[in-house]
Design a protein around this ligand. Structure first.
Ligand code: SF4
Length: 316
């Protein structure tokens, strides 16, 4: 396993002293060269989980392992090496690039920080990175405002792969782009992954994007993974009522009727005041009175490497 999270929780103390439970008891793993999709509504903790994976945040409880090592206990030197191996790509390429820096400076920055490349060798390496992401080397002398949104995201990707990372955490990498550009960037990310055998944690609220890119998916609701399994299986036969509702909500091509199973209703509980039982109970049409609102469900196996956090799947 390249990345493994073991019972990871992350809490934030609010100004009034109350605790916000952003991520609760999450365990998941990503194999070398594998892409794992992470889906859920905004505010469910996906981005916090991404930051925990990249060790941009420390967990409140649990541990994060990269290549078999507990990264929560690394020395500053080893932490620096980890930062080379795990890179982040953010949603908005417009704010990810410094408007006062040339593209050369932006792409070269990680190389300046982590290698001894300088001068002509540095520029040649930056030009090679530009070529890898399908941009001409002449763009190196330009500023971000001279590039389109898709070109800026390619520059962010060039910068992220500059140090030959093994894992990319991609947080909604196409959602700030025009629809026509999104497909190009997704195709490019797929090619990049197979070319360099990269692992991806691909965070998105867009299930169609996850389906196109990730053989495995984890569905998150209010800080917990409620279902994880092979993507096609989750799409065709979702187990958790929340995953089922998310998949039902995907628009279908004109002329085809979606098979409606569950419509999401009711209020989402506050992550500051989580219910005692299942966090989805207030919106779930299958909730079992006296059980679902009384006890937190475990993560139960529902098939080969396919789990759901729901009392419906508790062993008899
Ligand atoms: Fe619905 Fe109960 Fe399953 Fe929660 S545990 S998703 S409330 S059936």
């Amino acid at each position: 396993m390249l990345l493994e999270l073991r019972s990871v929780s992350r809490e934030f103390r609010m100004n009034d002293g109350r605790i916000l439970h952003a991520v609760s008891d999450v365990s998941l793993g990503i194999e070398p060269g594998q892409a794992l999709g992470l889906v859920g509504e905004s505010g469910c903790g996906k981005s916090t989980l991404g930051r925990l994976c990249a060790r941009a945040l420390d967990p409140t409880r649990g541990s994060v392992h990269f290549d078999g090592r507990d990264v929560t206990r690394l020395s500053p030197r080893d932490l620096r090496a980890l930062r080379r191996s795990v890179q982040f790509i953010f949603q908005d390429p417009h704010s990810a690039l410094n408007p006062r820096m040339t593209i050369l400076r932006s792409v070269s920055e990680p190389l300046i920080l982590h290698t001894d490349l300088r001068g002509a060798r540095l520029r040649a390496q930056a030009a090679e990175l530009m070529e890898m992401v399908g941009l001409p080397a002449q763009f190196l002398s330009r500023y971000p405002h001279e590039l389109s949104g898709g070109q800026k995201q390619r520059v962010c990707i060039a910068r992220a792969i500059a140090l030959k990372p093994r894992l990319l955490v991609l947080d909604e990498p196409t959602s700030a782009l025009d629809v026509s550009v999104q497909a190009q960037i997704l195709t490019f990310l797929k090619e990049l992954q197979s070319r360099f055998n990269l692992s991806y944690l691909f965070i998105s609220h867009n299930l169609a994007v996850i389906r196109a890119l990730c053989p495995r998916v984890a569905v998150m609701y209010l800080g917990r993974i409620v279902e994880q399994g092979p993507t096609e299986e989750v799409f065709v036969a979702p187990r958790h009522p929340y995953a089922e509702a998310l998949i039902d909500a995907i628009p279908v091509p004109e002329g085809r009727q979606p098979a409606r199973r569950i419509t999401l209703q009711g209020d989402i509980p506050s992550p500051i005041d989580l219910p005692r039982g299942c966090a989805f109970a207030s919106r779930c049409g299958r909730a079992i009175a006296g059980r679902c609102d009384a006890a937190q469900p475990g993560l139960y196996s529902t098939g080969a490497a396919h789990d759901a956090r729901c009392h419906l799947y508790a062993p008899a």
